[in-house]
Design a protein around this ligand. Sequence first.
Ligand code: SF4
Length: 295
Amino acid sequence: MSSDCLGGVEARYCEAGADGSVTCTLCPHRCRLTEGRRGLCRSREVRDGRLVSLAYGRVCALHVDPVEKKPLLHFHPGEMCLSLAAAGCNLSCRNCQNWSISQVRPEEVESSFIVPGMLPELARRTSCRIVAYTYTEPLTWMEYTVDCARTCREAGLLNILVSAGYVNEGPLDDLLPYLDAANIDLKSFSEDIYRKVSRASLAPVLRTLEKMRDAGVWLEITNLLIPGINDEPGMLREMCRWLVDNGFAGAPLHFSRFFPQYRMREVPPTPIGTLRMAEEIARECGIRYVHLGNV
Ligand code: SF4
């Protein structure tokens, strides 16, 4: 690792253009950046012709949480996780819960520099056997996530990812060998809703789920139900059928209750009846474990 880590480390996922630009190949946005410009995730910038990950090691949130809070209800219940985040997210969800650390630049939030090699000792001191990459979007600080997960695996710890799963295949392949479990936020089953609410798309998220399934990562899936946005019964049925047809019937599905926040303050909280309706649809489709969250 560079001694200049606070100024960022060179990104691993990029392509140089003939015109002097650099394209970030980490996520499907594929931001094409000229000198001094930053990607949509606010944490990757071109400096001196090189793409730099500015979030590497700049930990802006560090807590000890129960594994159930991720939420993962079927993976080492009762264990505590050393949970960490750096700033940045490649989605722009209007309902973001953690916007104060995810929708900002790394230098705009207070952070401590933590090299990957420090994590096993931190985990030991806090009696955690699990390390969770969470709160923001760990896939936007992929270089750090991969280095931490490798170091923690070598130290005998377990790694959990909490993510929206919006990433390209190559970078994901670098992380999968070190991942033990993940909770992936499946925001809807509509390209249109993904685009309008999160400035992202559905297909790459489904591919991430399939790759995690194939890699043997323990998967739980969260679907936040937003009234009038993604709670249409036909779409929920389509989503559940896709999950069952593609080998996810045994992956616990968490329907989570929405509360007004960030840029979606005009939308009311999810009625409990909507959550019950979604639960019923999921069970009818053959999802074996259905949980309701935020209730
Ligand atoms: S990770 Fe960031 S910089 Fe890279 S393509 Fe995605 S949004 Fe753009």
